[in-house]
Design a binder for this molecule. Structure first.
Ligand code: BGC
Length: 375
């Protein structure tokens, strides 16, 4: 990874107006740099936006899939590093190598058994794109559409998308707004809001792959994880929940105290998930902001705390990463990153005991999640 520490090296001429910005600018929103990232298959331009904070963090997002593609975090003992996996260009994002890197996943993040659910006695069949199930919204989920971007404040970018009625088989026209904010207290905050024209199921998540030593710097097996969860939702051989909610005590998933990811990932290497790929039930009340997870990297001494209003957290240790080439020629082997996806439980539309994902006309879906860094 080149140490350029910004979304794009801009031609000097483009940098000039910024460099000469007076400290009392008329329009503070102009402080968010942006430019063209590449082109969507339709030929439409995809734009990048750069958020910076006062302690040197930089977050870069683009409007293909409302995606975070760089996140630069300083270090107390070394250089700033980009801690999320991603690609330099649209070729990467459009390729098979893109396993939902940094995207907004939906309409239903995670799996729905056999891609099927019923609402009011009507059955909906979705794409089977993760045989035999539906995963992350289907063939052309929210990660593969162009979102409308707007700079919302000097520290935030808002992405909007209206998913037409019937898109990917889901009922209702759903209007979604996802706002990324980088705070001066070192949190990347992601806020979601959505409304529907007809009853539907909605489950949104953020799908960054984190490596706190820096993307492309080997596995995350020595990262230490603490989960604020004492139960999980066991799954069958196709990673669909059985409907049970079981204690993690005495299982390889017991991360109630800080321990290396290696302990769980290696113990579960021979399972269908090839490692950790499980939904944990976050303690406390759904809807209230609370801590779901704490991740610490002893090598770089960076840490990340995940706070969320969601009931569940999918911990995924990059078991299906395949050594693809990412940003600046970095290689991403199996377990070279971990996803901490705040969400509702997988397959909720078919699981009467799970907190509902049904969204009705007149109701507003909301989610507030933050990834807070320290170093
Ligand atoms: C899922 C994994 C899946 C991955 C795809 C994760 O959210 O839990 O099972 O393979 O997404 O990138």
């Amino acid at each position: 990874m080149s140490p350029m520490n910004s979304c794009r090296l801009l031609p000097a001429i483009l940098l000039l107006p910024l460099a000469s910005c007076p400290s009392t600018m008329q329009d503070p929103i102009q402080t968010v740099r942006s430019g063209v990232f590449g082109q969507a298959p339709s030929g439409e331009d995809i734009h990048w936006y750069e958020l910076r904070n006062s302690s040197g963090m930089i977050a870069c997002v683009h409007n293909w899939g409302a995606t975070l593609y760089e996140l630069h975090v300083p270090s107390a003992i070394g250089r700033t590093a980009d801690v999320v996996l991603g690609f330099d260009d649209m070729d990467g994002y459009l390729s098979e190598d893109n396993q939902y890197f940094g995207c907004t996943a939906g309409r239903y993040a995670n799996r729905i058994a056999k891609g099927r659910f019923s609402i009011d006695a009507k059955t909906y069949q979705l794409a089977i794109n993760n045989d035999p199930n539906h995963l992350h919204g289907g063939e052309h989920g929210l990660d593969k559409v162009i979102w409308t971007a707007a700079v919302a404040s000097p520290s935030s970018v808002r992405f909007s998308y209206t998913s037409p009625d019937g898109e990917e088989g889901y009922p209702g026209e759903v209007s979604i707004v996802v706002t990324y904010t980088l705070t001066d207290t070192n949190a990347l905050v992601i806020e979601y809001e959505a409304e529907t024209s007809a009853p539907t199921h909605l489950n949104l998540t953020h799908h960054s792959y984190f490596n706190l030593s820096g993307a492309g710097s080997g596995t995350v097996l020595d990262h230490e994880l603490q989960l604020f969860a004492s139960r999980y939702t066991p799954t069958d051989g196709t990673l669909i929940p059985t409907g049970e909610m079981k204690p993690i005590a005495s299982t390889p998933l017991d991360f109630r105290t800080l321990k290396p990811l290696r302990r769980g990932a290696e113990a579960l290497a021979a399972s269908a998930a090839l490692g950790i790929d499980h939904n944990f039930i976050i303690e406390g009340t759904q809807g209230a902001m609370r801590t779901a997870a704490y991740l610490h990297d002893p090598a770089s001494r960076r840490s990340m705390t995940v706070n969320s209003t969601e009931p569940g957290l999918q911990v995924y240790t990059g078991n299906f990463l395949s050594g693809q080439t990412g940003k600046s020629g970095q290689v991403y082997p199996q377990r070279s990153a971990v996803c901490l996806e705040t969400q509702h439980f997988p397959d909720t539309p078919n699981q009467p005991n799970f907190p509902t994902t049904l969204l009705l006309p007149g109701d507003t879906y909301t989610q507030h999640t933050e990834y807070r860094f320290a170093w």
